[in-house]
Design a protein around this ligand. Structure first.
Ligand code: HEC
Length: 131
């Protein structure tokens, strides 16, 4: 009796575990890098994706994820960004892309920001592919 009960609950637990494992995908979908590449067209006037330069008005986006802010040698940075001590992790990038001037007041990045959360997530997924 007890043994059968345990068998059934083990199966039920496995079912629950499978459901829970599937949940985060629904709750927070991973960014779509291909869609993010299209969003990047809004950045490409000022940023290249080339690791070897030359730089445009803004620094290259090659390797930007988890890079220290203001770290591209031949790029021109505002004093505000150079002194910010930020690291471009996903959280900081998301805030920056939403409103650069709120994250680094005095930044020279003349870009209002992207209000759409999905577009920002896709864009960050694309930035992660740039080495
Ligand atoms: C009008 C030109 C322009 C546009 C458009 C623009 N940026 Fe920038 N970006 C800059 C400049 C200039 C800087 C340097 C800012 C500073 O030093 O304060 C910068 C800095 C950055 C940095 C910090 C890099 C580092 O090395 O610290 C990131 C990340 C960034 N931009 C991402 C983007 C993304 C992604 C987009 C598109 C949504 C974008 N930018 C659009 C000009 C631009």
């Amino acid at each position: 009796m007890t043994k059968r009960f345990l068998t059934v609950s083990a199966a039920a637990m496995a079912g629950i575990a499978a459901t829970v494992a599937a949940l985060p995908v629904t709750a927070a979908p991973a960014g779509d890098a291909a869609a993010g590449k299209k969003v990047f067209m809004r950045c490409a006037a000022c940023h290249t994706v080339s690791a070897s330069g030359p730089q445009k008005m803004g620094p290259t986006m090659a390797g930007v994820v988890n890079r220290k802010a203001g770290a591209v040698k031949d790029a021109r940075y505002s004093p505000a960004l150079a002194k910010s001590a930020l690291v471009w992790n996903e959280k900081n990038l998301d805030a920056w892309l939403q409103r650069p001037s709120k994250v680094v007041p005095g930044t020279s990045m003349a870009f209002a920001g992207i209000a759409d959360e999905t577009q920002r997530r896709d864009l960050i997924a694309y930035l992660k592919t740039l080495k």
